[in-house]
Design a binder for this molecule. Structure first.
Ligand code: ES4
Ligand code: ZN
Length: 326
């Protein structure tokens, strides 16, 4: 359709994408076979049928289990290459890939295996599609502060190829304050900072991400809308929110896309962006997310352009590269 072509033709950055969340069931089966790994599904249809989630934790349990088929650098390369092919078709010109090293190192896959596979796919994406990209090392917040420090230490030889650290996994009960010291250490090493906050967790967790982690962006941030003073602050500080409409629907953060606050965020002056989060699990890549939000909320072309523009402003690209995209 017309809307479809408009969205795909709009140059955009993807800022909130878990690369492990781009593992399509077909690739999961192929890697299970290639690596001789047993998976608890009989077919691709069986896998897709399991993707009905009542909340974030339901999803995470299935997402961590799926990642077990990823064993070699070639697996991580193939995973990211498939993502970049889809992203290129959707008009993505810059992508910031989150990865969860602890999901892999805790099952004996070396950090080097993960990062070398991802970096080779990123170099290919630049050569084949002209897509620039960056890596965000995300700490699992259900694990300890000590484990996060150990992960940061393991990453040390690659820090010149890692743009930022993030914070993901089970939000409730694992407030940002738990990671204040490790985020300070990451900042001291020159890394940018982002954290999931206000997806399921309360506005207090968004305040903690700002005040205790000193983040450059907030991943999700939906529940910030419950606190007017917090919204004013996010607007005043020009804080980017990496919003994920289909994720919000599938994880029951919103009951229906018709209730999604994306246009309210823009109307309030928040620097909202649209992203896919875990596209293989939530039913769509970035253009699907733009299209679903646009259709459900009647977004104007000007609003879609604003969202794409926000994605460059909120990116971890250097200032001259951001300017070149605006
Ligand atoms: C995630 Cl949607 C979401 N929230 C928190 N942690 C995650 N890891 C992967 N996707
Ligand atoms: Zn996420």
């Amino acid at each position: 359709t017309d809307l479809d072509s408009f969205i795909r033709a709009l140059p955009k950055a993807e800022l909130h994408l878990h690369i492990e969340g781009s593992l399509e069931p077909e690739l999961m089966f192929a890697l299970a076979e290639r690596n001789g790994v047993a998976i608890p599904y009989a077919s691709v249809e069986d896998v897709r049928a399991a993707y009905a989630f009542g909340n974030l934790q339901d999803f995470l349990d299935i997402y961590y289990a799926g990642a077990d088929v990823l064993r070699t650098s070639r697996d991580f390369h193939d995973l990211a290459a498939a993502y970049f092919d889809r992203a290129a078709a959707d008009g993505v010109v810059h992508a910031e890939l989150m990865f969860d090293p602890q999901t892999h190192t805790d099952r004996g896959i070396p950090f080097a295996t993960v990062v070398e596979g991802l970096l080779s796919a990123m170099a290919d994406a630049q050569a084949r599609h002209g897509i620039s990209s960056a890596l965000i090392l995300s700490f699992l917040r259900h694990l300890s502060e000590e484990a996060a420090f150990a992960t940061l230490a393991t990453a040390d030889p690659w820090l010149d190829r890692i743009a930022a650290v993030g914070l993901d996994s089970s939000e409730n009960g694992h407030p940002p304050e738990k990671f204040a010291r490790v985020f300070a250490a990451a900042a001291a090493k020159g890394l940018r900072l982002t954290a999931h906050a206000g997806e399921e967790g309360p506005p207090a967790y968004v305040y903690q991400a700002l005040d205790l982690l000193h983040v450059d962006r907030i991943d999700h941030g939906n529940r910030a809308l419950e606190d007017d003073a917090l919204v004013d602050r996010l607007v005043r500080e020009g804080m980017t929110l990496t919003v994920c409409p289909l994720s919000n629907l599938k994880l029951c953060v919103v009951p229906d896309l018709a209730d999604h606050p994306i246009d309210r965020m823009l109307d309030l002056g928040l620097r909202a962006t649209i992203n896919s989060d875990d596209p293989a699990y939530f039913g769509g890549y970035i253009a699907d997310n733009y299209r679903a939000a646009a259709t459900a909320r009647g977004l104007t072309r000007a609003q879609l352009v604003q969202l794409a523009r926000n994605s460059f402003i909120g990116s971890f690209l250097p200032a001259d590269a951001i300017a070149a995209h605006l």
